[in-house]
Design a binder for this molecule. Structure first.
Ligand code: SF4
Ligand code: FES
Length: 250
């Protein structure tokens, strides 16, 4: 275990854990936006900025990426932190003035209107969607494209992606709600990824549920589960089989 000081409190943390994890365990709140516990922290939004004092030197860093170290002191609410976080949130709010989570975080910092020119984006380019698609689903249907102001997340082709499974994991982890899923009868659409897929009909209730391509993908991975489970929607599956076979996505 590693001993460190967070906001004047001595805290013990597991070696290899981050300042954010240590603070959360100790009940000390550090705001986050692009952090997701299932994914490798990338430090994109910088909302979790804290002040770290080590051997008399003070620096600002993101708590979600900084590993705990013996004897360091962390300040989560110092004037230096507040000033930095305020500018970060002001810039995020100027980029995404209609994203509720960003508006709430900005309001907590006392920001009503950013001083910068307003844009109308919903994506903060945090990359969580790219990461979940690659690290957890194992598909890599989306990625960063272009540079500078043109940088965005997209599929390799602008017309109907043939790689995206339509599983929706990207929408689950997206911190801003930028990724919308539209389920209309037998069709699932994810407009941001140019995805339009046919959904499977449940053999019991007749409702459409997950995309055919996603189910076929899972079927190849989970060969021991038998045919029927892949023709059954999650609700009926639960009724028929209990929690035993509730699959991760479909
Ligand atoms: S779409 Fe969402 S998850 Fe993907 S980069 Fe943008 S904000 Fe992050
Ligand atoms: S939450 Fe740490 S950089 Fe976004």
């Amino acid at each position: 275990m590693v001993k460190l000081i967070i906001d004047n409190r001595e805290v013990e943390a597991r070696e290899g854990s981050t300042i954010l994890e240590a603070a959360q365990k100790a009940g000390i709140k550090i705001p986050t936006l692009c952090y997701h516990q299932a994914l490798t922290p990338y430090g994109a939004c910088r909302v979790c900025t804290v002040e770290i004092i080590r051997k008399g030197w003070s620096r600002l860093s993101t708590a979600c990426t900084y590993p705990v170290q013996e004897g360091i002191e962390v300040k989560t609410k110092s004037e230096k932190v507040k000033k930095a976080r305020k500018i970060i949130l002001e810039m995020l709010l100027a980029r995404c003035p209609n994203v509720k989570k960003i508006k709430d975080l900005a309001e907590e910092m006392g920001i009503k209107k950013p001083r910068f020119e307003l844009d109308n984006e919903e994506c903060i380019l945090c990359g969580l969607c790219v990461q979940v698609c690659e690290e957890i689903i194992g598909v890599s249907a989306i990625g960063f494209v272009n540079r500078g102001a043109e940088r965005e997340v997209n599929t390799p082709y602008e017309i109907n992606s043939d790689v995206c499974l339509g599983c929706g994991a990207c929408a689950v982890v997206c911190p801003t709600g930028a990724i919308k899923i539209e389920d209309i009868k037998e069709i699932r659409k994810i407009p941001l990824w140019h995805t339009e897929l046919k959904r499977r009909k449940c053999r019991i209730c007749g409702e459409f549920f997950a995309p055919e391509v996603e189910i076929d993908f899972l079927k190849k991975k989970e060969t021991r589960l038998g045919e029927e489970i892949f023709k059954t929607c999650p609700k009926c599956r639960k009724k028929e089989l209990g929690n035993k076979f509730v699959m991760r996505h479909a």
